[in-house]
Design a protein around this ligand. Structure first.
Ligand code: FES
Length: 106
């Protein structure tokens, strides 16, 4: 499935992300600036924060308890569409998912 990463300046990166890979892992592997992922995907750092706007937001699994807690620790303000990108794992259904990157992660 394809994932579109939208940078704060409006520029975009489109990646082909294998199913089973998280939005964070794919970004780090491709050197996308804007995802730091200090904890390596354990939902413990909040430096993989992204914003997912409707209608994409509705296709994602609900925010988990650990994710919810870390989303209160993001460097940029939490919004209704805030997610940890290490908690968004690609499935075929999510093809075309668009995530906005915050101004900063720490
Ligand atoms: Fe640390 Fe997602 S990589 S919370």
């Amino acid at each position: 499935p394809k994932v579109v990463y939208v940078h704060p300046d409006g520029s975009q990166d489109r990646l082909d992300v294998p199913e089973g890979t998280s939005v964070m892992q794919a970004a780090v592997a491709q050197g996308i600036v804007g995802i730091v992922a200090e904890c390596g995907g354990s939902a413990m750092c909040a430096t993989c924060h992204v914003y997912v706007d409707p209608p994409d937001a509705e296709s994602l699994p609900a925010v988990g308890a650990d994710e919810d807690e870390m989303l209160d620790c993001t460097a940029c303000p939490r919004e209704p569409g805030s997610r940890l990108s290490c908690r968004i794992v690609l499935t075929a259904d999510l093809d075309g998912l668009t995530v906005r990157l915050p101004e900063k992660q720490r």
